[in-house]
Design a protein around this ligand. Structure first.
Ligand SMILES: C[S@@+](CC[C@H](N)C(=O)[O-])C[C@H]1O[C@@H](n2cnc3c(N)ncnc32)[C@H](O)[C@@H]1O
Length: 377
C-alpha cells in the first residue's frame, strides 16, 4: 500500500544498506566489502547465531525480567545483525499505516530503541528538523545505537541517545518497539499511560510487539484499558472501532496480528540458515494510537480468509460488528470482488445489513470496496 512517503522509497535498498552498515560497524570495512559481494563466513556468524538462539528462547519463555534484559555485548550485536532489519521493516510498514505528515514531526521518542531500529525507520521515512530521543536502559544497546545512528542519514535531525526518557517533554511521534513485553503487566499499563500522556495534540504512538500469543493478547487488553482511561485517544491501526476489542473478550486464545511479505535481506537469510529460524514472512502485533484524530472507515479482516462450500468467509472487525461474512459463489459480482480478494489485515468497506442474521440474506448485499490492501500479491 503506497503511503504518503512510500513512493520515493526503496525498502529493499534500505534493508541492504542497513545490513551493510551493521556489518561495517561491528566487523570493520573489510568484512563489509566481503559482505557486499556475497556472504560473510559462517565461522564469523556462528557465535552470533548461538546468541540469537539464546535471545529467542528468552523471548518466548515466561516473563522473567532479568532474563530478558540484553546485557551481553554479543547478544546486543547479534540483535543488531538480525532483529534490526526485521524490526526496521515492521516500523517502515507501521509508519506508513500511521499516515503521518512526516514533515510536521519535530519531536520523536524511540523507547527501548535497542540498536536504534525505530529511529532509523523514522529517518528513512524522511524525518527532517526533528529532535529524536532514542532511549534504552541497556548500556550495550546504547553503545551500538551510538555507533550506527551517526552513519544513517541523520542530516537535519538531532539524535539524543539516553538511558531514560527526558522529563516533561511532549512528542509528536512515539515509537515503542518490542519493549512492553519486557515489563511486568502493571508496568506495561503505566508505561503505556505515561507514553500516551507525553503525546502532543495530534501526536502518534506506535507500539510494536513480538507476534506471540501472550504478547499480542496483552496488547489487546492494554488497548482496551488505555482507550477507556484516556478518551482523547483514537486507534488508527489495526482497529476501526474504539470500544472494547471483541476478539479479546470473546476468546481466550485468539490474537490479532498481521504478517508482512518482504524480500528477506541477505544477512537475515544467512542467519536464518545458521539458526534454523524462518523469516520468510514477518509477523507482527501492533497498535497505533493518535491523540485526537478520527477512526479509519471500514472493517479489518482479522483472520486468514477461509474457503468452504458455502463460499469465501472473512472474519471482520469494525464499527459495531465482529463476526464472519460469507460470499457465496453465486453472489460473486464485479462490485464485491474486493471481498473475494481481501487478505488478512486488509481493511475493506462492506455493508453490514444485520447483526443477528446468520449471513444468508446478507450475501447478496455484499458490495465490497477495498480501502487498504496491505500487501500486493
Ligand atoms: C527487544 S529490544 C527492542 C529494540 C528495538 N526497539 C527493536 O524493536 O528492534 C527491547 C529494548 O528495550 C530496552 N528496554 C526495556 N525496558 C526499558 C525501559 N523501561 N526503558 C528503556 N529501555 C528499555 C531493552 O534494554 C532492549 O534494548
Amino acid at each position: 500500500m503506497p503511503g504518503p512517503f512510500a513512493k520515493s522509497r526503496h525498502p529493499a535498498r534500505d534493508l541492504a544498506a542497513l545490513e551493510t552498515l551493521a556489518v561495517e560497524v561491528l566487523f570493520g570495512p573489510a568484512a563489509a566489502e566481503k559482505f557486499s559481494s556475497g556472504k560473510l563466513p559462517n565461522s564469523l556468524l556462528s557465535p552470533y547465531a548461538d546468541a540469537l538462539k539464546k535471545l529467542s528462547q528468552n523471548y518466548v519463555a515466561p516473563r522473567t525480567r532479568s532474563l530478558k534484559e540484553i546485557s551481553a555485548k554479543i547478544e546486543a550485536e547479534a540483535y543488531a545483525l538480525y532483529f534490526l532489519p526485521i524490526n526496521f521493516a515492521k516500523f517502515d510498514f507501521l509508519l506508513r499505516q500511521a499516515e503521518l505528515e512526516i514533515s510536521f514531526i519535530r519531536s520523536v521518542l524511540d523507547l527501548g530503541c535497542g540498536p536504534g531500529t525505530a529511529t532509523m525507520a523514522g529517518l528513512a521515512a524522511g524525518l527532517s528538523g526533528a529532535v529524536v530521543c532514542a532511549v534504552d536502559h541497556s548500556r550495550q544497546m546504547r553503545e551500538i545505537a551510538a555507533k550506527l545512528l551517526p552513519h544513517w542519514n541523520t542530516t537535519g535531525n538531532e539524535i539524543q541517545i539516553t538511558e531514560s526518557v527526558p522529563r516533561n517533554r511532549h512528542f509528536d511521534l512515539i515509537m515503542a518497539g518490542n519493549v512492553l513485553g519486557e515489563l511486568s503487566l502493571d508496568e506495561q499499563f503505566s508505561q503505556l499511560m505515561s507514553l500516551a500522556s507525553s503525546l502532543g495534540e495530534g501526536g502518534i504512538l506506535i507500539v510494536l510487539e513480538p507476534a506471540l500469543m501472550a504478547n499480542t493478547r496483552n496488547l489487546m487488553h492494554l488497548r482496551d484499558l488505555i482507550l477507556r482511561s484516556d478518551t482523547q485517544l483514537c486507534p488508527l491501526f489495526p482497529c476501526t472501532r474504539k470500544d472494547d476489542c471483541p476478539m479479546y473478550s470473546q476468546s481466550t486464545n485468539e490474537w490479532c496480528h498481521g504478517a508482512l511479505r518482504w524480500k528477506e535481506p541477505s544477512l537475515v537469510k544467512q542467519l536464518d540458515h545458521l539458526t534454523g529460524f524462518n523469516k520468510h514472512r514477518i509477523k507482527y502485533s501492533a497498535l497505533i494510537l493518535c491523540r485526537g484524530g478520527s477512526l479509519k472507515s471500514g472493517y479489518r479482516v482479522v483472520a486468514p480468509p477461509k474457503k468452504s462450500k458455502r463460499g469465501r468467509t472473512l472474519r471482520l472487525c469494525g464499527p459495531g460488528y465482529y463476526g464472519e461474512r460469507v460470499l457465496a459463489g453465486k453472489d460473486r459480482t464485479a462490485s464485491n470482488k474486493p471481498f473475494e480478494r481481501a487478505q488478512l489485515y486488509d481493511r475493506i468497506q462492506i455493508e453490514i445489513v444485520s447483526e443477528e442474521s446468520d449471513g444468508s440474506e446478507l450475501e447478496a448485499a455484499i458490495g465490497a470496496e477495498c480501502l487498504v490492501r496491505l500487501e500486493e500479491d
